[in-house]
Design a protein around this ligand. Structure first.
Ligand code: NAD
Length: 254
């Protein structure tokens, strides 16, 4: 029996990196998965991988900042699998490192819309189903950048600090419902988002210096975040609620 046997899960940002690794691991552990990403080809590729691995998945191309699309992918999960037990609101963008004086309101709005309003919308539409059944696990991907300064661009860090607050506040708002809400705060992980950092370092021949700031002296890989998501999604985390858990090699402790 897998650790998510019988559970129905939505994973956003499932076309790449942390989301793809989590969708695969959730399916491997027995969940029926709705994989969501705005990149249609990428999410279809994730679904094909999962099916090849013997998992149950359905892929949806949707933008997590579009309220109508979010409502639709939650309804799709209910229609396809008869319910919803796990929401992993993971999709996000970095926006790069732009000096503050050069940042525009549009730049802020795009990052906040995807990284902060996206998880809010997913929680808004997923939670009624969970509250009705008296249980559910909601996980959001925040970041070490939301816990400490200088780990990302300004609006990115602010959006991720917002996600930490969103899960703490929502866990309290869901008082007595049985629905748990937590965040994972990854450190530096090799994914599509961080490709420019890795490509740049490799081009300079300084790959071994990436990730040296944390006590483990290395960067992380998507499956290492997926394992934390699996824990929070599963009943193993039945008493973990309202937390922002850093999975960062110890970076946030430095
Ligand atoms: P990634 O770029 O590999 O994957 C992100 C996925 O999200 C992509 O497939 C992209 O198409 C999708 N996406 C982006 N905007 C979307 C939208 N509006 N609607 C639907 N899908 C959308 O990056 P990743 O590193 O796997 O990122 C996953 C999460 O982890 C993000 O929230 C990111 O901020 C967070 N994070 C990453 C790191 C890191 O070092 N990689 C560190 C801390 C936090």
């Amino acid at each position: 029996m897998g650790r998510l046997s019988g559970k129905r899960a939505i994973v956003t940002g499932a076309g790449s990196g942390i989301g793809r690794a989590s969708a695969r691991l959730f399916a491997h552990e027995g969940a029926q998965v709705v994989a969501v990403d705005r990149a249609e080809d990428a999410v279809d590729e994730t679904a094909a991988l999962i099916r090849k691995e013997g998992g149950t998945v359905s892929s949806v191309a949707a933008d997590v900042s579009d309220e109508t699309a979010v409502k639709a992918f939650v309804e799709h999960c209910i229609a396809e699998y008869g319910g919803l037990d796990v929401l992993y609101a993971n999709a996000g963008i970095s926006g790069g490192l732009v000096p503050l004086q050069e940042q525009t309101v549009g730049y802020w709005q795009e990052i906040l819309a995807i990284n902060l309003i996206g998880p809010f919308l997913a929680i808004k539409y997923a939670s009624p189903h969970m509250i009705r059944q008296g249980h559910g696990s909601i996980i959001c991907t925040a970041s070490v950048a939301g816990l400490r300064a200088n780990a990302g661009g300004t609006p990115y860090s602010a959006s991720k600090a917002g996600v930490v607050s969103l899960v703490q506040t929502t866990a309290n708002e869901f008082y007595g419902t049985g629905v748990r809400v937590n965040a994972i705060c990854p450190g530096l992980i090799e994914t599509g988002m961080t490709k420019p950092i890795f490509d740049g370092a490799r081009a300079r021949g300084s790959e071994d210096r990436i990730g040296q700031l944390n006590p483990l002296k290395r960067y992380g890989l998507p499956p290492e975040i997926a394992q934390a998501a699996l824990f929070l999604a599963s009943d193993d985390a039945s008493y973990v609620n309202g937390q922002a858990i850093a999975v960062d090699g110890g970076l946030s402790s430095t």
